[in-house]
Design a protein around this ligand. Structure first.
Ligand code: FAD
Ligand code: NAP
Length: 339
């Protein structure tokens, strides 16, 4: 037995909101064998099992009466390489941003727009992480997951993951699939996506006309560092709400009332509204109640100034949701996973 199971562990260092709740039991998996041992332990003790990665998309509102298993498996490898196109596989416990940097250092293009997203490789498919116009579905080549119901391994193709905006099959079948490793289709050829927000301007401002993937990554890192609070300094889980998808009719009504409304047409005819704009417009930016607050620079990010509980954050979120529904007739859906 290599798995170390510890009792009554504070999860404060293991969630980016910095919320101090306890795990009844806690262990770190460094291999597939550890994962199987943890499953057997949880079954034998009739305990639920909660798998976490970097804890950067969690809102913990109570002590967790379960075995919390933190994925710490390591390993990155090139599976296929035809000189231009490559398939790279990474273990679930690999930290996401260092993995992105590894791909760039090897000359592989594809993940640069997803730079500086906290968390692990294994959690990335959960909500089909996305930023600056790229989602992992755009570079996804497959994943291997353990079916917790049967103990069998299963490979998932792109189609089988049901990826959508901040969504996947895994987010719906919670408690079933434990993602062990993920594969990405990357390329030595440059297919840069620069048409999103301030990326192009940032590169131009640096005098870069022929950007490399690493240039794009650095530009995105610098934009993100300016706008987003660093969880090491101020607890947060990134965007707290998804950008709502609304009908064309509602978007047109809102646009008539608020000409500066930020809205993007979607392929299916719906409109995506910038949730941050709605929350800002409603006057919540910089709001603080005790230690729970709305970030001063980015209204979509809820923050913990130190001693906020998960309930404090959830209550603030509820107040914002009610206000936005009343003002704009728009329902905001929470993005982090609440336990
Ligand atoms: P965790 O928070 O540990 O877990 C998230 C969920 O996945 C939980 O339900 C957990 O049970 C489950 N899970 C974790 N690992 C596994 C596994 N191996 N198998 C099965 N289930 C698993 N997200 C974006 O999409 N785009 C962004 O640009 C972005 N920016 C962010 C910026 C900041 C400052 C922060 C704090 C967060 C940001 N996020 C962003 C959200 C977050 O970083 C991502 O969702 C990330 O993928 C979460 O990874 P994690 O390892 O921390 O997952
Ligand atoms: P931003 O650039 O200020 O844009 C505000 C919103 O408008 C974004 O949420 C984005 O939606 C949308 N948008 C902007 N340009 C767009 C375009 N050309 N086409 C379609 N939609 C567009 O956003 P930001 O807050 O600084 O974040 C920048 C990027 O990082 C965004 O992609 C955002 O999703 C991502 N991010 C995510 C998190 C998280 O926790 N999920 C945290 C921080 C940043 P999209 O979100 O759909 O891209």
């Amino acid at each position: 037995m290599t798995l170390q199971v510890l009792a009554q562990v504070s999860l404060k260092p293991f969630n980016s909101f910095g919320i101090d709740v306890r795990a009844q039991w806690f262990a770190e998996a460094r291999s597939d064998a550890d994962v199987r041992e943890a499953l057997a332990y949880a079954t034998a003790q009739s305990l639920p099992l909660l798998v976490i990665g970097g804890g950067s998309n969690l809102l913990l509102t109570q002590d967790i009466q379960a075995l919390v298993l933190r994925m710490a498996t390591q390993g990155v490898r090139v599976l296929q390489d035809d000189g231009v196109n490559v398939v790279v596989e990474a273990e679930a416990g690999e930290a996401w941003h260092p993995f992105v940097v590894w791909t760039l250092e090897h000359g592989f293009c594809g993940l640069e727009n997803l730079s500086l997203i906290p968390g692990t490789v294994g959690a990335a498919p959960m909500q089909n992480i996305g930023a600056y116009g790229v989602e992992i579905k755009d570079v996804f080549a497959g994943l291997t997951a353990l079916d917790r119901h049967t103990g069998e391994l299963r490979d998932f193709s792109l189609q089988e993951c049901n990826f959508a905006y901040r969504d996947s099959l895994f987010k719906h079948e919670t408690g079933r699939w434990l993602i062990l490793r993920v594969r990405f289709a990357l390329s030595r050829a440059r297919h840069l996506k620069l048409d999103y927000g301030p990326v192009q301007q940032r590169l131009a401002g640096q005098g870069i006309t022929e950007a490399t993937p690493s240039d794009v990554s650095r530009a995105i890192c610098s934009i993100r560092r300016e706008k987003l609070p660093d969880p090491a300094e101020l607890g947060n889980a990134g965007s707290f709400f998804k950008n709502p998808l609304v009908s064309h009719v509602l978007a047109a009504e809102l646009k008539a009332q608020y000409p500066d409304l930020v809205a993007y047409p979607q392929a299916d005819g719906q409109m995506k509204l910038a949730a941050g704009w709605l929350i800002d417009k409603a006057g919540w930016k910089g709001f603080r109640d005790g230690d729970a607050g709305v970030h001063k620079l980015q209204a979509l990010v809820l923050v913990n100034y130190g001693a906020a509980t998960g309930h404090d954050i959830a209550n603030l979120a509820l107040r914002i949701q009610r206000d936005i529904a009343e003002r704009f007739k728009v329902d905001l859906e929470m993005e982090p996973n609440q336990y």
